[in-house]
Design a protein around this ligand. Structure first.
Ligand code: DGL
Length: 262
């Protein structure tokens, strides 16, 4: 069991930002990543569609013999993780927007969150954000179109700069001091956000927390890989192999991805 891989899935290539943190925190673990880009974005889909896509991806990772599944997608986590945990006998790690550290540390008591419609309208998000935001105003903005552009390999484009400027402007006007990235695709937008946002705004995402939690759960279940070799990394996409390989290059990883019909 210890030598089995950590399975990771996302609606597309964005969850590779979470994979990076996992590979950093758990260098001896093998990982298998599924980019469900054929069906991206999930953000505007119905809850039922998000659940059935998440079940499809889970079945594939179980078929590929994984020991744990990381749902590296806020939209899938907030809409489907409860059902996944009910239906499958494998540990799941989810990702949720990092509202808690932002709300606790905000001095202006105003924080911004950029996420998909599916995440912001989910019950789980309402519940989690309700726990920490009594004294803090949360300015929620749906990042319509951002995932599409990332999936089309159009990160460094004027179109992206325009969209991000229009989404963050209302938050800046409200004097936020924290911007929470509530979608695993968005860490790839940090270099652009840093250029357009005032310096005092701290940008946070949940990648490190997910990697920490993955390690904790592997330890708790006694399935941490004790092998001293570096882990092997397998990346599958049901859409463009080039786009997935290219985003991996952005994080200095020269890993080739493979096509898999799932
Ligand atoms: N990476 C997904 C998330 O974290 C993107 C959702 C989408 O495909 O719209 O929410």
């Amino acid at each position: 069991m210890k030598n089995k891989a950590i399975g990771i899935f996302d609606s597309g290539i964005g969850g590779t930002s979470i994979w990076q943190e996992i590979a950093l925190a758990l260098p001896n673990e093998d990982t298998i990543y599924l980019a469900d880009s054929k069906y991206a974005p999930y953000g505007n889909r119905s809850r039922d569609e998000i659940i059935s896509l998440s079940i499809k991806n889970t079945k594939k990772l179980i078929e590929l013999d994984c020991k744990i599944i990381v749902v590296a997608c806020n939209t899938a986590t907030t809409n489907a993780i409860k059902i996944l945990r009910e239906q499958f006998d494998i540990p799941f790690i989810g990702i949720e927007p990092a509202i808690k550290p932002a709300a606790i540390n905000s001095k202006t008591q105003k924080i911004g969150i950029l996420a998909t419609k599916g995440t912001l309208s989910s019950e789980l998000f309402a519940k989690t954000s309700g726990l920490y935001t009594d004294a803090t105003e949360v300015i929620e903005v749906v990042g319509t179109g951002l995932v599409d552009l990332i999936e089309k390999d159009k990160i460094d484009t004027p179109e992206m700069v325009d969209l991000l400027t229009s989404y963050t402007q209302p938050m800046v006007e409200k004097n936020i001091d924290y911007l929470v990235l509530g979608c695993s695709h968005y860490p790839y937008l940090i270099p652009i956000l840093k250029k357009i946002l005032p310096d005092n705004i701290v940008i946070i995402d949940s990648g490190e927390a997910v990697a920490r939690q993955t390690k904790t759960v592997l330890q708790r279940n006694k399935v941490l890989n004790t092998n001293l070799n570096k882990g092997t990394y397998t990346f599958f996409t049901n859409s463009s192999v080039n786009t997935l390989t290219k985003i991996l290059k952005k994080s200095n990883q020269l890993i080739k991805s493979q096509f898999l019909d799932f």
